[in-house]
Write a protein that binds this ligand. Structure first.
Ligand code: ATP
Ligand code: FE2
Length: 322
């Protein structure tokens, strides 16, 4: 079975064809803001101007007639971006006369991790730009046990990056600077019950920056504080739920310090730590295609009439039949 997946909830327009076992082809084209953070309308314009080129490249590698289904990211994400992707998905599904399926972007991050690691029943740390959640499967749903009360960890890193004059996305650049940091400056550590928040941390970091502390030390202190919050809640979820595995997913999962902290915590608890390969970590078409394939093989498809995008779609709204 071959499924085409189209992702474009925010910065990365990406289309991919997968079969049951692997990614056959993946073509991506990233929107880079001219200044500041992601502008939804600009990102949507990027996606609409690039989507035909991206799909042509995919169809250079895979004969469109061999596709058995079309999956697209239906939400959550930026409305204007989602609409571009949904329009393309509907058009291809109609043209090829194959079923269409709208995929929840967060479920797709998780399923990509479940596909390409040995994880069986993990606590999932989903750390990306717009989302930061501690999740685990209970029955037929992914349940959220803790989450950010304000912004996602990736957005927090990107905001700090902008304050420091770094171009978007700031996350990877902050990781590099943090490696050279030595001195820890205290920043607000904000875990409330099983939830956490990052905007106060960003504000305090800005103040320290204005005071002129070394950028490397600031990035180091920021990462240590924010990631400790994520690791604490992940560990508590493992204890409460009696789980002995962690799966890290989402764009911020590329960060090697976050991976290291989670793997130390896991080895202290004799637990296993998993994270998918890099090409499935940040937003990508293959995770949408793979999840779409699972949905289609379980009889789930999306009629054109009910394929309206869902900018606020949550991970715990999706019934998981597999
Ligand atoms: P979502 O809708 O899942 O929130 P997203 O649009 O944020 O997705 P992702 O690709 O999942 O997209 O995540 C992008 C985020 O990951 C950005 O905020 C970016 O700064 C961050 N990021 C990428 N690489 C790193 C890294 N090495 N260290 C820290 N953050 C990183
Ligand atoms: Fe994402």
């Amino acid at each position: 079975m071959l499924v085409l997946g189209i992702e474009g909830t925010a910065w990365n327009l990406s289309a991919s064809v997968v079969d049951e076992n692997d990614v056959i082809v993946q073509v991506s084209d990233q929107y880079v803001p001219s200044s500041g953070g992601i502008h939804p309308r600009e990102a949507a314009q990027h996606h609409s101007s690039k989507i035909s080129g991206v799909l042509k490249k995919v169809f250079n590698s895979v004969d469109p007639e061999s596709i058995d289904g079309v999956a697209f990211s239906i939400g959550p994400g930026m409305g204007p971006c989602l609409r571009v992707v949904a329009t393309a998905g509907r058009a291809i599904s109609l043209a090829l006369d194959v079923p269409l399926v709208g995929v929840n972007h967060c479920v797709a991050h998780i399923e990509a991790g479940m596909w390409k690691t040995d994880a069986v029943d993990p606590v999932i740390l989903y750390a990306s730009g717009g989302n930061s959640q501690v999740i685990s499967r209970r029955g037929n749903y992914y349940r959220v046990f803790g989450e950010t009360l304000d912004i996602g960890i990736g957005n927090a890193l990107d905001k700090l990056g902008r304050e420091m004059g770094l171009s978007h996305p700031g996350g990877p650049k902050i990781e590099k600077l943090a490696r050279e940091g030595k001195r820890y400056h205290s920043l607000p550590y904000s875990v409330k019950g099983m939830d956490f928040s990052f905007s106060g941390l960003v504000t305090s970091a800005k103040t320290l920056l204005q005071k002129g502390i070394k950028r490397e030390d600031l990035c180091f202190s920021f990462q240590e504080t924010a990631f400790s919050m994520l690791v604490e809640v992940t560990e508590r979820a493992m204890a409460y739920l009696d789980k002995d595995e962690v799966l890290l997913v989402g764009g911020v999962g590329a960060n090697s310090r976050l991976r290291q902290m989670l793997s130390v915590m896991c080895s202290d608890r004799s637990a296993r730590f998993h994270c998918p390969p890099d090409h499935l970590m940040g937003d990508n078409g293959a995770m949408i295609a793979h999840t779409g394939m699972k949905m289609l093989t379980h009889g789930l498809k999306t009629d054109i009439e009910s394929s309206k995008v869902k900018p606020d779609y949550r991970v715990d709204e999706v019934e998981i039949p597999w």
